[in-house]
Design a protein around this ligand. Sequence first.
Ligand code: DON
Length: 321
Amino acid sequence: IVVRAFSHSFVIPEFRSFCDDIDKIYHQCKNNQNGQTTQYIPQLANKNPKFWAVSMCTVDGQRYSVGDVKESFTIQSCSKPLTYAIACAENGPEKMHQYIGFEPSGRFFNELCLDYKNKPHNPMINSGAILTAALIKPTLSAADRFDYILEMYKRLAGSEYLGFNNSVFLSEKECADRNFALAYFMRENKCFPPGTKLQETLEFYFQLCSLEITAESGAVMAATLANGGINPLTGDPVLTCEAVRNTLTLMHSCGMYNYSGQFAFKVGLPAKSGVSGCILLVVPNTVGFCLWSPPLDANGNSVRGVEFCSELVNLFKFHHF
Ligand code: DON
């Protein structure tokens, strides 16, 4: 980083003025009072709708954060691309996609449906993520598997905060009739690899959703994806390039719920949202963002987060095409 600084070869050379623009967009989005916190997970319903955080980390380790960036929140569905990337690096894409499809479902993220081959449509919706959970180190005990994934997530976040929110986990386990229904529906349709333990797999999926981050740690994770799987702060090669490419492709087509097509059209970048109000946004080879604000729109995406993404590509030519 020092060599780059002296040779003026940072990926975003005018970093100060870039941060000033990020600040302006942040404040513009702050005024947006629309949306409502998620209601179906009791522990998330009570979050303060005023929270709003933007954090970013470039592939060469320059960082900037504004707003409630030290506040922790559960990662929810933003775990889906990360767990998929870890599972892909572990199993290879062929094995993963024996069980999971590639296509956007065009349905809600937790709808009871499978594709025409009787597979979950993709790993970014609940059914596909429950299947992904079943493909992570299936021979380990539940405790060892959790330790393994925690270690992998810690490597993705570098030294930034990574925790576990037990009350959200318990709340999800109590109120997750839909996820139980999805898992039984998939078992009926022989979606799982032989020997899958249903209860254990679901609990693992809830644990993944209940991992806790801050906008700052989310930004480092997104930057690791932007940097081909190498954590830009630690230099740790956490994921393979191939796993990252597969993950970013599916984030691009399926990451923003039923808004994915419009998001790809308007913003043109891989992103994933979660019902806690977080969005991981990746500008490949350049920068990773984590945006967090609890009020959601009708699609389930953070209102301020989506506005931020649109404003960002209005100002900078990050759109892929
Ligand atoms: O399983 C659920 O419904 C939540 N734990 C996660 C939902 C979420 O963020 C939706 N994403 N696709």
